[in-house]
Design a protein around this ligand. Structure first.
Ligand code: HEC
Length: 164
């Protein structure tokens, strides 16, 4: 009974807080990833993108078949389609290597993410059809999409610490 009352009070408090507190729920961390979590998710995701592309390159180079690469390629495409959602407006103030241009040119940023998604989808389709030539072309356009976005939207890495 007491537990139920506490739960009801907590739910009410949350409701009131949800209405009264200004940031959109997706930015709070209570109902979705916080700004810091979005940054960590997208950075880890990008690391896994690099891992996937490395796997796809190795798996397709001189391989007799590309059939078993459909799964990693399809997942890369799926990730790329949703990835812009991890650049929510509140993440602008979190330290990261995303340049302010990401938040100023959202449509272009999304279009560049779509190039990655399209390249990866073409890889998945080529893998399904076991078409090595089409796979190689799609891999090349996927890899070009990385630089196409990073050149405009990713800050260069910090310089290595001085040895003195
Ligand atoms: C639509 C834009 C876009 C595309 C396409 C894109 N990236 Fe990125 N990438 C970024 C941005 C922006 C960052 C910086 C994110 C941050 O620091 O929060 C980044 C960061 C990274 C990082 C560093 C992650 C870390 O640990 O901080 C790696 C590695 C990376 N990208 C690999 C790739 C590879 C490989 C591809 C292509 C297969 C790719 N990216 C495609 C925008 C993009």
């Amino acid at each position: 009974m007491r537990t139920a009352r506490i739960a009801a009070a907590a739910a009410l408090a949350l409701t009131v807080w949800g209405v009264a507190a200004a940031p959109a729920p997706a930015e709070t961390g209570l109902f979705g990833p916080s700004a810091e979590e979005q940054v960590r998710l997208r950075q880890a995701g990008m690391g896994m993108v690099l891992t996937s592309v490395t796997l796809l390159r190795g798996g397709s180079a001189n391989a007799p078949s590309v059939k078993n690469l459909e799964f990693p390629a399809q997942n890369l495409a799926n990730w790329a389609r949703t990835m812009p959602a991890l650049f929510g407006p509140a993440t602008r103030d979190v330290p990261s290597r995303a340049l302010p241009a990401v938040f100023e040119n959202q449509a272009d940023f999304a279009a560049r993410a779509a190039l990655l998604a399209d390249g990866a989808q073409a890889m998945a389709d080529a893998a399904k059809a076991d078409d090595s030539q089409a796979f190689a072309a799609a891999l090349a356009s996927t890899r070009a999409s990385c630089k196409g976005c990073h050149d405009s939207y990713q800050a260069p890495p910090p310089p290595p610490p001085k040895a003195d």
